[in-house]
Write a protein that binds this ligand. Structure first.
Ligand code: NAD
Ligand code: ZN
Length: 247
């Protein structure tokens, strides 16, 4: 089992505000493929072909086929020990904030309350013309679904070249600035501006803890790095924290 530094447990005991900045890796143990890494989706499909607005205009059927496939995987997936441990942390710390790049809604399904979704949510959709939201199941029997106004309906996810939802990014930034401890879990941290939040937290003197199965571009600036599965390391940290409280 992985050894958690005592100094980290001590720091956690003094902390009020903790942030979990998460990426696709936290959901891989739920069976949702990551984008990068050796089994990543982008080794099989080029992102430019699908996850951008022009691709959608050129071939909405193809883009929807891909998203419906992902929706099915996500719908059948369950939150894993990592998502559940983060939700459990709400019973131990005053402020627990999740800032996620994931679109899979698993943090919410695990019970986390304060969540900023930087890249949208695959369970929501909107009309590209009038921007009306469609949260219900869409009907594909007559082809790509359209709004009453005639506009095509698309998934509410952030595509390459698009801006992040401002309220979500500002919420994440605020949480990073006021955090005592900033966990970076299962992200390759190469997608900006999301990855910049780690530097924001660092500049605000937050303690940076990285959890990943392998080294990343952030490893050298993290105060603590634990390499292994998020679904094993996060429960171990919580366990150590709890047993520390008893002594
Ligand atoms: P990424 O695919 O670039 O990186 C995943 C990272 O997770 C890698 O560094 C990998 O080493 C690590 N990892 C894999 N399994 C792990 C495990 N069990 N425990 C800990 N770490 C593990 O993902 P990213 O950094 O989130 O990339 C950003 C983009 O990917 C975002 O735009 C996001 O919207 C999108 N994405 C989301 C989902 C999802 O919602 N579940 C899935 C794939 C991609
Ligand atoms: Zn419309």
């Amino acid at each position: 089992m992985i050894q958690i530094d005592k100094s980290l447990i001590d720091a956690l005991r003094e902390s009020e505000s903790i942030v979990f900045f998460t990426g696709a890796g936290i959901s891989s143990e739920s069976g949702i493929p990551t984008f990068r890494g050796k089994d990543g989706i982008w080794n099989k499909i080029r992102p430019e072909e699908l996850a951008n607005f022009n691709a959608f205009i050129r071939n909405p059927e193809m883009v929807w086929e891909w998203y419906n496939h992902r929706k099915k995987i996500i719908h059948e997936a369950q939150p894993n020990a990592a998502h559940l441990t983060i939700a459990e942390m709400q019973n131990h710390f005053k402020n627990v904030t999740v800032v996620t790049q994931n679109i899979d809604n698993l943090h919410r399904r695990a019970g986390s309350k304060t969540i900023f979704e930087l890249h949208g949510n695959i369970e929501r959709n909107f009309c590209i013309n009038c921007k009306k939201f469609f949260n219900e199941e869409l009907n594909f029997s007559a082809g790509v679904p359209k709004c009453e106004c005639g506009g095509l309906i698309r998934p509410d996810v952030v595509w390459f070249g698009e801006y992040l939802p401002e309220d979500q990014f500002l919420g994440g930034e605020k949480a990073a600035i006021s955090s005592d401890i900033f966990f970076v879990v299962g992200t390759s941290a190469v997608v900006y501006p999301a990855a910049g939040l780690v530097y924001t937290a660092k500049q605000s003197n937050s303690i940076i803890i990285e959890i990943n199965i392998e080294e990343t571009a952030l490893s050298s600036m993290a105060d603590y790095s634990y390499f292994g599965k998020a679904g094993e390391i996060l429960p171990t940290i919580l366990e150590e924290y709890r047993s520390g409280l008893k002594s």
